[in-house]
Design a protein around this ligand. Structure first.
Ligand code: ATP
Length: 454
């Protein structure tokens, strides 16, 4: 896999990702998605939504608010527990996440669930130094809340304090009963949601891997624990199937890592992370957690509302259990882009290709007139193709350059209208990966392209 700096430079130059607020000197670790990045993001979200919500026989979707009643975060435990261990370098004053300082030096270690005293002792015993100044002079660890706080309304006091959500999941739990009743859903069923989440991360970084504002795609799947099905395995298998069949992930690009007892969140009996081999090291991509009935129980207790499900056959009241597959849109997008980026040595040239899966490539076809004389015919064809395809048009530079430009942004198929088109009513279609070309009748073009893009 290529070096991350090369990939970042490429994505910036091609209009996928820009430094946010660049004309004002930027804002640390904030990124804007350019025209092609925005397209790719939309497509990725649609792909997830289709797979996990629309085309799944059990599931439905939801779109809840970013700002919720603060009692939600009290009940979920976020106000008390959503913290990371912060450690300061006394010498250069930079701040670090203590667990990540250790894991960065020892990539095979996982210190999730360690107490602060254990982390402090390890950092001291192992001689871990500040990555910025190289000194070994740290403060004790203290807990740092990741919740972004703001005020709602015109008066700024404690009563108006609200939070930007740090996950989309709680918006689903608080709407469990509404959704179940309105749609007359029977267990088991899931509710999916895509939306922005905010975490005041201590050490954001690695490009779009860890940012303070990001999007999540989360599914909360509710079931009766007595139904005897292994829903955890079912959803873990589905996540793997999605990655491999929809996004072309190879088995050697990721590992499934099961959390050990110590690392498990207190409410979870089972969690596995799919970790991807990013160019900067292995990192969590997608978490699948068994949350038991923790969230519904907490919200039932705190809201004093009945959040049980009445089993229509047994008349028994059930507090549903939950499996949660959760992934970040940008993190998944980064993994796809790292997989796709290839620098290929040709006979007397090199080319950069993004071998993107068809369904997430910003454009799926590009149309070129070979020369000015074919411009009108090519433009007419382009306008027709726009009805069925995400097409782009390019008539600048020589044909070789135009192919390279489309390779660089991952367009799977290029169509050239040339001198012969008028005579044979056909065009040349060239494939991104094999670079092979085929002559196709315009009357067959629509079906041909649809077939190729399947
Ligand atoms: P990490 O250990 O990397 O901080 P986490 O275990 O806190 O992640 P979860 O709370 O399980 O993450 O969030 C679910 C998913 O949301 C993650 O697997 C990841 O894909 C994404 N995600 C979490 N935090 C961020 C972030 N700061 N930036 C981008 N994506 C994120």
């Amino acid at each position: 896999m290529e070096n991350i700096d090369k990939i970042i430079a490429h994505l910036k130059s091609q209009g996928f990702v820009f430094q946010s607020s660049e004309i004002y000197g930027g804002l640390a670790n904030s990124w804007d998605y350019g025209p092609l990045g925005a397209e790719m993001k939309q497509k990725l979200k649609t792909l997830w939504w289709n797979y996990f919500v629309r085309k799944n026989p059990y599931n439905i979707g939801l779109d809840s608010s970013i700002i919720l009643n603060p009692k939600v975060w009290e009940a979920s435990g976020h106000l008390n527990n959503f913290n990371d261990p912060l450690i300061d370098c006394k010498s250069c004053k930079t701040r670090w996440r203590a667990d990540k300082l250790i894991e960065e030096k020892h990539p095979d270690m996982n210190v999730g669930g360690w107490a602060n005293a254990e982390l402090e002792k390890f950092i001291a015993d192992d001689g871990i130094a500040c990555p910025t100044c190289g000194k070994q002079d740290f403060t004790p660890i203290r807990q740092f809340t990741l919740m972004f706080k703001t005020n709602q309304g015109v008066i700024e006091d404690d009563k108006s304090t609200v939070y930007l959500r740090p996950e989309t999941a709680q918006g689903i739990f608080i709407n469990f009963k509404n959704s179940q009743r309105a749609l007359r859903k029977k267990l088991p069923f899931g509710i999916g949601q895509i939306g922005k989440s905010f975490r005041n991360e201590i050490t954001p970084g690695n490009f779009i891997f860890r940012t303070r504002e990001f999007e999540q795609m989360e599914l909360e799947f509710f079931f009766d624990p007595k139904d005897g099905q292994d829903w955890f395995q079912y959803w873990l298998d589905n996540v793997v199937k999605f990655l491999e069949t929809k996004l072309n992930f190879t088995k050697d690009s990721y590992v499934i890592r099961k959390h050990d007892e110590q690392e498990l969140a207190h409410y979870s009996s089972q969690t596995s992370d799919i970790e991807f081999n990013f160019p900067f090291g292995r990192g969590e991509l997608w978490g699948v957690a068994h949350r038991g009935s923790f969230d519904l129980e907490q919200h039932q207790k705190n809201s004093k509302q009945d959040l049980t499900y009445l089993d229509p056959t047994t008349n028994e009241k059930i507090l549903a259990n939950v499996i949660e597959p959760s992934v970040g849109v940008e993190r998944l997008m980064l993994a796809i882009l790292c997989n796709a980026y290839v620098e290929e040595q040709l006979e007397n040239d090199t080319r950069i290709v993004l071998r993107l899966p068809n369904e997430v490539a910003p454009y799926n076809v590009a149309i070129f007139p070979l020369q000015k004389q074919q411009r009108d015919v090519a433009e007419k064809l382009y306008n027709e193709l726009l009805c069925d395809f995400d097409a782009t048009f390019d008539d600048t530079g020589n044909i070789g350059k135009r192919y390279r430009r489309q390779d660089a942004i991952g367009t799977p198929l290029c169509i050239t209208v040339d001198f012969d088109t008028e005579n044979d009513q056909a065009v040349t279609v060239r494939e991104r990966d094999s670079m092979q070309q085929e002559r196709v009748k315009i009357s067959d073009l629509n079906n041909y392209l649809k077939n190729k893009l399947k």
